[in-house]
Structures are given as structure tokens and as C-alpha cells.
Design a protein around this ligand. Structure first.
Ligand SMILES: C[S@@+](CC[C@H](N)C(=O)[O-])C[C@H]1O[C@@H](n2cnc3c(N)ncnc32)[C@H](O)[C@@H]1O
Length: 298
């Protein structure tokens, strides 16, 4: 079976009337794609933040005649860029599997690899995280995750206690456990991330009890019992700023912190803020992102 794919560029505040029109003409699905490579940040779990300019990608059955819809869209005042309107035929394929070819094994530092769970690890004797990217963030391909994995690969020592604050898929928590940490506490305010972390920990044969997962308000009351040797948090600049004092109370004196999820231009503000509790190192940059690290003052 083949399909028709219609694509059109539109400002995000103009999407609603177009969506209804597309559905009225038999649209089966409408995807939103970033038309302009603009970073946007999810403010709250479950909320959807859109780019200013969006490419709508709409799927129709092959038999449907779309001449009238194309004409209406050509004349629609919400579509400023008429040239962006295209229609093409898509041959059928196994859609659930088609993204898999883009996810390849990746190496971080000397001994750590993240491998798609359906592939044989290229280095069987390395520390291999077997991962299926699910709905939660964290496959290793994003610069912030990658910088955190590289830092963990260098800094995890055997038998230490680690906190992964904002665990997403659990990739950093699992890396810490596989690299030798004795106990890892994985925290996220999105229940889907907690589920993904538990699933991925099982898939990596992490012994029961090594990784514990918590929503932030479920964390045990006594911060002394939670004190970690290493805390890693790949969140965003704003929550990192707000959480700074709480996170600092979760790290032992002389313990280490690694932070990412912030843009390069946000590094100075966070370095200054965290400098109250930590001796901070120079920021490390990758693409437009930064990673900070530091050692807890006594
Ligand atoms: C960028 S993802 C990082 C996922 C993974 N640790 C990685 O490095 O790829 C950020 C995660 O932090 C979570 N998060 C954001 N704000 C948070 C907060 N205030 N408390 C706990 N988790 C938070 C999000 O739900 C998301 O799963």
C-alpha cells in the first residue's frame, strides 16, 4: 500500500484552522517538524512547546483526490510561503522499524559504549549499555548526554554512590552502575522516565536494588542518607538554577557534581551560582551546549 504525504510550512499560531481543514479532507495523521532549527524547551512535564515556524507533514490514503485541498491551501491566508506546499507519494514500509537504521552504536571515552539493543556490541568486552530509545529522552546522541557519559566514564570509581537527577531513559544511571557504582539513585519528575529507567535497567541486567528510582517528592526526607559521591544532572538551565541548593545538599563534602542541559551562553550564570557550594571547573562545550563540573566544598 502507498500513501500521499502533504507538507506545508506555517507559523505555529496559524496551525489550528489548517489542521481542521486537513482532517476534513481525510488527513490520517499530522506531524509537526521544526522548520527553522530553533531550540525549544519543555517547561512542564506533559506540556508541548512549539517552534515559531512549523512544517506540517500530513499523511493521506493514496486513493483520496487532494486537488481541492491543494487549491484551498494555495489560497489560504494562514500559509505565507506557498512554495513550501508539496505533495509526494510514499511507498509503504515497516514504519515502526524504519527509525532503527539511524540509531548506531556510539563510544564514550575509552571503555563505554551505548548500543541499540538489536545489534551486537562492536566491542563485546567494553562496558556496553544496551538501549532502546523509548519515549524518554536519552539515547546518547544528544551533545548533553554525550558530554555527561564522557565525564562519568572518567570519574566513576568502584563502589561509590551516584545520583542521576533528571534520569530520562536512565542512560546515565545505567552507565554509572555498569562502570562500577554500588548504588545509583535515579530521579525524574516525569513518570514515563521512571518507567523507562526501570525497563532499561532490567534490559542491562543491573542487579535489583542497585538503581532506585524516585519522583522528586518521593525522595526520602533525610538528605544525609542520600549523600552521594557523584551527582549528575542533565536538565535545563532554569531548573538547574532553581535546584542548586537542593542538589548541593545531596553531595558529600569533596564529592563531585556534573551538570548539563544548559546552553553555552548560560554557563557563566550557573558557574557563579554553583560556585557558592562547589569549586567549579572550566565549562566544556559541545555544539551549542555546555557541561559544568565541580567539587563540593566542605
Ligand atoms: C534532557 S533529559 C536528560 C535525560 C538523561 N539523563 C540524559 O542525560 O540523556 C532531562 C530529564 O530531566 C527531567 N526533569 C526536568 N526537570 C526536572 C525536575 N525539576 N526534577 C526532576 N526531573 C526533571 C525531564 O523529565 C527529563 O527526563
Amino acid at each position: 500500500m502507498a500513501w500521499q504525504q502533504l507538507r506545508v510550512r506555517v507559523r505555529s499560531d496559524q496551525i489550528e484552522p489548517l489542521e481542521q481543514l486537513i482532517l476534513d479532507y481525510g488527513g490520517l495523521s499530522i506531524s509537526y517538524l521544526d522548520a527553522d532549527d530553533q531550540p525549544v524547551f519543555q517547561k512542564d512535564p506533559g506540556s508541548t512547546q512549539l517552534w515559531d515556524l512549523v512544517d506540517l507533514v500530513c499523511l493521506f490514503e493514496k486513493e483520496i483526490n487532494l486537488d481541492k485541498l491543494l487549491l484551498l491551501l494555495q489560497q489560504h491566508p494562514a500559509i505565507e510561503d506557498k512554495e513550501s506546499l508539496t505533495l509526494k507519494t510514499l511507498e509503504d514500509q515497516v514504519w515502526e522499524r524504519s527509525w532503527m537504521s539511524d540509531f548506531k552504536a556510539m563510544q564514550f571515552g575509552e571503555r563505554l559504549w551505548v548500543c541499540p539493543s538489536w545489534q551486537k556490541p562492536p566491542e563485546p568486552n567494553a562496558v556496553n549499555i544496551m538501549l532502546d530509545p523509548g519515549l524518554a529522552f536519552g539515547s546518547g546522541s544528544h551533545a548533553t548526554t554525550s558530554m555527561c557519559l564522557q565525564w562519568l566514564e572518567k570519574n566513576i570509581r568502584d563502589d561509590i554512590k551516584v545520583i542521576d537527577y533528571g534520569c530520562g531513559s536512565g542512560i546515565l544511571a545505567i552507565a554509572a552502575a555498569l562502570l562500577g557504582a554500588a548504588q545509583v539513585i535515579a530521579v525524574d519528575n516525569d513518570p514515563q522516565a521512571i518507567t523507562a529507567t526501570i525497563e532499561n535497567a532490567k534490559r542491562n541486567n543491573i542487579p535489583k536494588g542497585v538503581i532506585e528510582t524516585y519522583l522528586p517528592d518521593q525522595l526520602p526526607d533525610n538528605p544525609a542518607g542520600l549523600l552521594s559521591d557523584i551527582l549528575v544532572a542533565n536538565i535545563l538551565a532554569e531548573p538547574l538554577m532553581q535546584l542548586a541548593e537542593d542538589l548541593s545538599h545531596l553531595v558529600k563534602p569533596q564529592g563531585q557534581i556534573a551538570l548539563s542541559g544548559l546552553l553555552a551562553e548560560q554557563a557563566d550564570g550557573l558557574l557563579e551560582h554553583y560556585g557558592f557550594w562547589f569549586e567549579m571547573d572550566k565549562a566544556v562545550m559541545s555544539e551549542e551546549w555546555a557541561r559544568l563540573s565541580g567539587t563540593r566544598l566542605n
